[in-house]
Ligand binder design. Structure first.
Ligand SMILES: [Fe+2]
Length: 447
């Protein structure tokens, strides 16, 4: 039986198909190239290659975009009759679970595959991404750490294990170890977009603005070309510019790197676009017609209701564009999704809906309601996925609502928390002053 680049047995007898599959594994590992096209090429050589079909399904499923649902199902149907060993059957079960909206079960299945087969980097990656989407921070950290035992310096997989461990460590607040492993990963493989990203997160969380800018600009040659994740690393650079209060640089990055094509409908890119514009909007920066241009694309996904984290970001775009009707349309779809049986139903009812209602209240000027709804779930919002840096938009919105609503103590509380985490950030310092001034203003108005 043939083996893949990591040494796992695969159920194909076609060396040509395996060569393409291996190439796809490399692309998936560094987020470069087009793994779907490469998997299609593998399947041309061996249409019965079940794991290639399953992997194709999983790559598309984890985009969390309803427009791929039929294609995911087609790939899974194509995989079903093919020969599979136990490990490959695990992949099939994991992909089926994800496709059916059982995100946690899928994530656990892939995590278990990686425990049993620590050389299965693909399973670990599927588990890792699943942890990210479901807010399983400890598994995000621990599964890569467990897997390190089967990889060593010099293996082509080494950087990927380090990069995943680095991101998991960062999300668990272990910044020093996260940075060390992330830097080592980039030393081993400069194209590893995920490892570069993990270190960017460390700088973001510590508020090390200048170091973060230096890191991303210094590593960009490795991760910025032909990379399906580059827009997100550029988004992180934009966040650091926001911390510097350099709104012009953030907008330039938005236009050139995060959202270069107005009609692009890549949902993960649209999330970052919404998140960047919303932060600028909170700061009162004129973003021109960017919200409207973005809302025109979110419009097509307004009622998908497959992942609450996406829905909230659609709502941000609609609110920023002044499209209250579309925001309400998404809210209605979320209420419907909350009644379902998928994991997203729980994510939506527990976290997504209160946040969506809070953001809509904020846009309508109902600041006290906005603070109440956001603050109530913010501390457990990892349950609907994303990173600390992404969910920071919740704290920023609640803080602005508290300032505008004259909730002096609450505004100062959010601002103090921010400054404690990011003492060097000019933005955090300014928000702290604004919170104090708002309090003074509110006190003066009350007397
Ligand atoms: Fe990130």
């Amino acid at each position: 039986m043939l083996k893949d680049i990591y040494g796992n047995h695969v159920s194909t007898s076609s060396r040509a198909a395996l060569a393409k599959f291996d190439q796809a594994l490399r692309q998936i590992r560094t987020y470069h190239g087009d793994p779907i096209a490469t998997l299609d090429a593998a399947l041309e050589h061996d249409p019965q290659f079940a794991l290639a079909n399953v992997t194709r399904a999983m790559v598309l499923a984890q985009v969390t975009d309803a427009m791929f649902a039929d294609e995911v199902q087609r790939s899974l149907r194509a995989a079903a009759p093919g020969a599979m060993n136990d490990r490959e059957r695990g992949h099939f079960a994991g992909a089926m679970a994800w496709a059916e909206g059982r995100f946690n079960e899928s994530t656990s299945i892939f995590g278990r595959i990686a425990q049993e087969n620590p050389r299965d980097v693909l399973a670990l990656q599927n588990a890792h991404v699943g942890c990210f989407f479901t807010g399983r921070q400890f598994d995000l950290r621990d599964w890569p750490l467990q897997t390190m035992r089967a990889h060593k310096h010099g293996d082509e997989s080494w950087h990927a294990i380090l990069g995943m461990a680095a991101f998991g460590l960062e999300e668990c607040g272990d910044y020093a170890r996260a940075e060390a492993l992330g830097v080592e990963a980039i030393d081993a493989e400069s194209t590893d977009a995920w490892a570069a990203h993990a270190v960017a997160h460390v700088h973001e969380m510590r508020g090390n603005v200048e170091e973060g800018v230096g890191w991303l600009e210094g590593t960009a040659d490795g991760w910025s070309t032909d990379c399906g994740f580059a827009y997100h690393n550029w988004w992180h650079l934009g966040l650091l510019h926001l911390d510097r209060l350099d709104h012009k640089a953030a907008l330039k990055l938005y236009d050139e790197r995060v959202r270069p094509k107005n009609d692009a409908n890549v949902v993960l890119e649209m999330l970052d676009a919404s998140a960047m514009l919303w932060r600028l909007h909170l700061e009162g920066v004129d973003t021109g017609d960017r919200f409207e241009r973005l809302a025109r694309v979110w419009e097509q996904k307004a009622e998908d209701g497959i992942y609450a984290f996406n829905d909230l970001h659609a709502i941000m775009a609609f609110l920023g564009a002044g499209r209250m009707g579309d925001a309400e349309r998404t809210l209605k779809a979320m209420r419907l999704a909350a009644e379902g049986k998928t994991d997203n139903a729980a994510m939506t009812s527990e976290i997504g809906l209160p946040l969506a209602e809070g953001f809509i209240a904020f846009a309508a000027g109902r600041n006290v309601e906005a603070v109440e709804k956001i603050a109530r779930v913010r501390g457990m919002a990892q349950r609907f996925g994303g990173s600390h840096a992404q969910r920071d938009v919740l704290a920023l919105t609640a803080l602005q609502a508290a300032i505008r609503g004259g909730m002096q103590s609450t505004a100062e509380a959010f601002a103090a928390e921010r400054l404690a985490h990011k003492p060097q950030s000019p933005w955090a310092q300014r928000l702290s002053r604004q919170a104090k001034n708002a309090s003074a203003g509110a006190r003066a108005a009350a007397n």
